[in-house]
Design a protein around this ligand. Structure first.
Ligand code: ADP
Length: 315
């Protein structure tokens, strides 16, 4: 069988939640086109309420779309819902622990739900990959939060899907565990699994994803490689540590000046319009003594803020 070029293809995807007595109709997705290439680690980024979970729930078969088409691994979710669902594993945001099962039992039950024959189950390998071999026969309620989360990833992988979706995988997870999960995601990806993740953490998307889509108010506002997204901004900043503390940021128009919590003055400029010299001249002209200074390149946060705040408020 030839492999599909794209792991996921959504075209004109619309989701409208009907009005209720207390809430108006909500257009959560307004005609989303998203193509997720096979083999990528794809980040879906956006502020709260952007429509990320709605998109993922449609992929997972948990929410019905209003209009548009979706293919998972080349399988249309309307025409071949079972085949489409077999191609995807979803790790939900909330930890739903089966308190009465051990991790081994939990994986077996899940494999049973997906109709994976006993001989083809990879329970031990999954437990080992998730660092849960020691806890294979402990009750799930005895596991730490991090272990439970790893068990959720293992559960999503029991049927060996070529596409793995992680909804906010590291929300509320400590730094060490976050790195462990990233390492595992990268390992899976090297083994050929296409990974889609939603995240609030720009750092996470920057570290892990080769391609990023930014969603805002139900629309895709950017979708490109992480490097090109970062390269899109010609903004840089000069960071000045003032000789004497400043109470407020001086007006350095046309440059934008902000004070950081540590007292540093951050002046951003467009490289096409000005250089460091002009920024420094403006800082000096405002009477600020310069104790120290450095420049900063834009990070994903700048791109994100620029793309999600520039849009006019939707009607
Ligand atoms: P995100 O995951 O990016 O935070 P969601 O997909 O959860 O965004 O939500 C998108 C919009 O749809 C939000 O305005 C949210 O309030 C609304 N929404 C989500 N789920 C429902 C639902 N079951 N019923 C009505 N509105 C919903």
């Amino acid at each position: 069988m030839t492999l599909p070029e794209n792991a996921i293809e959504a075209h004109g995807l619309v989701k409208t939640y009907p009005a209720t007595k207390t809430t108006p109709e909500m257009k959560a997705l307004k005609g989303v086109d998203l193509v997720i290439p096979r083999g990528s680690i794809f980040g879906l980024l956006g502020p709260n309420g952007a429509g990320k979970s709605t998109f993922i729930n449609i992929l997972a078969g948990m929410t019905r779309k209003t209009a548009g088409t979706v293919k998972i691994w080349g399988r249309d979710i309307d025409a071949r819902p079972r085949d489409a669902r077999a191609a995807i594993g979803v790790v939900p945001q909330e930890i739903a622990a089966d308190v009465f099962f051990t991790p081994r039992e939990s994986l077996d039950v899940q494999a049973g739900l997906y109709g994976v024959p006993k001989a083809e189950r990879r329970t031990d390998a999954l437990l080992a990959a998730m660092g849960l071999t020691d806890k294979a026969d402990a009750y799930v309620r005895q596991l730490s939060g991090g272990m439970k989360r790893r068990l959720m990833v293992a559960k999503a992988m029991v049927h060996n899907p070529p596409v793995l979706v992680l909804d906010e995988p590291t929300a509320g997870v400590d730094v060490e565990l976050r790195r462990q999960l990233w390492a595992y995601v990268e390992e899976l990806n090297h083994a050929g699994v296409t990974v889609v993740l939603t995240t609030h953490y720009l750092e996470e998307a920057e570290a892990l994803c080769d391609t990023i889509a930014i969603v805002n108010r139900g629309e895709v506002v950017a979708c490109e490689s992480t490097t090109s997204l970062l390269g899109r901004l010609d903004r840089r900043a000069v960071v000045v540590t003032p000789g004497a503390p400043l109470l407020t940021a001086p007006d350095l128009a046309p440059f934008e000046a902000k004070l950081r919590g540590n007292g540093d003055l951050v002046v951003s400029f467009r490289t096409a319009e000005a250089g460091v010299e002009q920024v420094l001249a403006a800082v000096r002209a405002a009477g600020v003594q310069i104790k120290d200074l450095r420049t900063e390149d834009p990070d994903l946060e700048d791109v994100f803020v620029e793309l999600t705040s520039a849009k006019p408020v939707a009607a």
